[in-house]
Each structure stands twice: as structure tokens, then as C-alpha cells.
Design a protein around this ligand. Sequence first.
Ligand code: NAD
Ligand code: UGA
Length: 463
Amino acid sequence: MIKSICCIGAGYVGGPTMAVIALKNPHIKVTVVDVNQDRINAWNSQDLDFLPIYEPGLADIVAKTRNVNLFFSTNVDEAIDQSDMIFISVNTPTKTYGIGKGMAADLKYIELCARQIARVSTTDKIVVEKSTLPVRTASTIKSILKQSHNNVKFEILSNPEFLAEGTAITDLLNPDRVLIGGDYHTEGGKNAIVALTGIYLNWVTGDKIITTNIWSSELSKLTANAFLAQRIASVNAMSAICEVTEANVDEVAYAIGKDTRIGEKFLKASVGFGGSCFQKDILNLVYIAKSFSLNEVADYWEQVILMNNYQKKRFAQKVVQKMFNTVSGKKIVLLGWAFKKDTNDSRESAAIDIANYLIEEQAELHIYDPKVTAQQIFSDLERITDDNLQHLQEKVHIYNSTDAIFNNAHALIILTEWDEFKVYNYKYIKNQMLEPAFIFDGRNVLNSAEIQEIGFQYYGIGK
Ligand code: NAD
Ligand code: UGA
């Protein structure tokens, strides 16, 4: 019977996941730990508006559970030693150095966690891989844990997380499935699977809990993300054909989605997928395939990334081309910076690449996002442009609201599908802009006929 859980990593996965586990398991003490003091302070902040992560429904759950059975701390050693089950939920970014640079997953944080668990544990533990990992990582973790000197027994499980940002809480409360990979042929492995299953059974029905061997579980997570990203790349590829043939990608997606074998979800053409995971997980898959000399497999999946890069560039080029082949010195409003709506996360957001392209074309950017901070936007731009903050501030302006943003603008570009962008008074907006006023709808959220009726030059994706 699990009485105490520790989760290493208080990020977009660790925070929301543990909040829901704590809510549904009031008898279990859940401690989320992180080396980032600022992040932990933010999780502990009195004002729930200052939680480090914005997710609809998250603040309510934190309000109910925090300091009841959910705790946030930087005391990693103590939390590890006091728990029966440890979730590893640290970041696994793409390597930026050495062998596998730009492709393989950087597992240094995972290894550090494993070494720390081995070093400080004095009682038996179940260690759960929550992070997304290359297939066979559990064998590395096992080898490290074997080095523990304290005569402690460890069981390793893989329990990948499938939540999507922006809908994390509903995804966690109503998952399509929960996947648990473990050594089901051994007594210890079976017991560990039962213990983790018991936690989920407090709100997820048994038919949704899938048990596999540990390698299938690790690989299923990469596979799920690859398939999801591939669907978007596929519909975006069709959007390019639509634009030259007068077909409409939304109509095409609707028509094919009605085929139950294809299904309706995840067929929304866009300026390109973003987020911290799709690209890194596919690159990781490509690297794994290459490392087994499965070069055709690697090339197949790499195309998803190449198509996504193409889509972002194609969109930015279209903006320039439609605006009489120059945006130099023109005021361009970017609506949205987050990689999707209902999150403050901008990691790998398509907006970053589009902005970079337009800056290279000497546009003057005026940016508004309801949740992403100016500090974050500048830091994203500093990284991609190699420009310093002072230089960037001369050509990029960030707004807290849209009050004064549209004055004398040449164009408006929608980069995130925030609901509020759909209901703006575009007639009023157009009156403030220069003629001809352009709208580039990178998310196909506006009614193109209505927008054209107002007098905008409207360009969506795939139509
Ligand atoms: P994140 O960067 O938001 O959070 C990771 C946290 O781990 C950071 O706060 C970091 O300080 C902390 N950390 C790193 N090393 C540590 C250590 N040794 N000790 C203590 N803390 C440490 O990352 P995330 O978005 O939560 O993703 C975590 C993992 O979950 C990744 O493998 C990711 O692929 C996977 N995942 C993410 C999502 C998502 O929507 N973001 C969904 C499913 C799976
Ligand atoms: C994705 C997966 O959906 C989750 O199941 C997975 O757990 C997670 O990655 C992860 O491993 O990190 P997330 O990236 O948070 O979740 O968000 P998605 O809803 O998948 O959107 C990803 C990107 O694709 C966004 O930029 C979104 O705007 C774009 N997208 C999504 C489209 O362009 N079209 C669509 O039809 C759907």
C-alpha cells in the first residue's frame, strides 16, 4: 500500500499530474520536488494567479490539495527517502552537444535522478518513469539503481504521460488510457504494477488501464507522439495543395475525418505544430532508428519534421509575398505567441520561427498573447535571432492588451487559436489599420467571408 509519493520535476507534467493524483488519493502524501527554487516558490505562492503553469482547472485543484496532501519543495533528498514511489518527471530535451547532437534525447537529468535515488534511498522504492524516454532507458536506470549501497530493492515501471497542454486537467481526469509498463513476469514487478494501478483506480476504470512490458510502454509514448504529429504534417501538406487548387483544407479535413478509420480529431491545418515534445520525440525516434541502422525508418519519420519546417516557412513567405514582396519597416501585429491556446507555454512555438523570419525581413513586430509574458517572448527571440535584448526592443514591441496595438498596422497575423481572437470587433480594428489591411490567419479561426466583407485582404491556411 503506497502511503507517500515523491515526484522529481515540478514542470508541465509533474505539477498537474501530481495535483490530480493528490486530489484523487487523499490518503497519500504527494511531494513534488525540483531543483528550481523559483519554480517551487511559484507553486507555493499564496496568489494562485502566480502558479508557474497556466492550465484551466489547475488552480482549483491546487487550492484544494496544497499543504493538505500535496507539497512542493526543493528538498529532493528528503522527499526521495520518505517515499514509497518516486515518479521521475524531469525534462528530456534534444541534445545540444556531442554524439547525437540535435537529435538524441539528453538523458543527463534522468541519470542524475537515478544516481540521487540510489544514493539517498534507505527503504525499498518503486521508481516510475513519467518523462518521455528512448526505448530501453529503464535498463540504464536499473543499472544505476543496482549500485545503491543501502541494500534497498527497486522496481522500475514506465508510466508515460499523454496529457496535452491546455487540456491537462481534463485529460488527467478522463484519460483515454493509462499505460503501465513493467516486469510482469516477476513477483516484484507484478506487485509494483498492482501498486501503481491502485493509485489510478481511484478515478480511472480498470478497462482503461493497459499493462505491457516496459519496452513497449516506453516505445508507445514516442509512437503516439509521432503518429499525432504525422497527422498534422499530413493535413498541412494537403493545405499547400489546397492553396493552388481552390480546394479548402477545412472541407477536405471534414470530409476525410468522417471516415471512422481516419477519425475527426487532430486534422486542423495550421501554421505548423509546436510544443516541447513533438519535434524532440520524433527526432529521438529518428535517432533510435538510425542507431539500429534502420535508415529508411529514420527517413520516413524525419519527413514529419521537414514538412513542419516547410509549413512555417511557407506561411511566413506568403505574408511577405502578399504584402507586395516587402515587409521592411511595416508594422505587423502578431496575435498569439503560445504554441497552442490555453497555455502559457511557448516552447518550440511556430510563432517564434515566423517572428524570426519577419525580423530578418526588417518588419516591426507588435505582439500580444493573453498568457505568455514579455520576458518569455524576448527570451525566445534572443535565442533564435542571436540578437541582444536592446536591439530586439527596437523592432519588437510587446503588449499586455490589444488596446493600442492595431493603430496604423499594415497587417495582423493570428498565430495561436486563442478563443478571444475569434470574437474581436474586426470592423473596429480595420478602421485603425492602414489600407489595404491584411489578415493572415495561421489557425483558420476567423470566418473568411465575414472578414473579407469588412474589407480585409484575408489569407488563411489551405484556402
Ligand atoms: P519541464 O521542463 O516543464 O519540467 C521539468 C522540471 O524538472 C524542471 O522544472 C526542472 O528544473 C526539473 N528538474 C530537472 N532535473 C532535475 C533534478 N535532477 N532534480 C529535480 N528537478 C529536476 O518539463 P515537462 O514539460 O514537465 O516535461 C517533462 C517530461 O514529460 C519530458 O520528458 C516530456 O517529454 C514529458 N511530457 C511532457 C508533456 C507536456 O505536455 N509538457 C506531456 C507528456 C510528456
Ligand atoms: C502533445 C500530445 O497531444 C500529448 O498527447 C502528449 O502527451 C504531449 O504532446 C507530450 O508528449 O508532450 P501538446 O504538445 O501539449 O500535446 O499539445 P497538442 O494539442 O498535441 O498540440 C501540439 C501542436 O500541434 C500545437 O502547436 C497545436 O496547435 C498543433 N496542432 C494540434 C495542429 O496544428 N493541428 C491539430 O489538429 C492539432
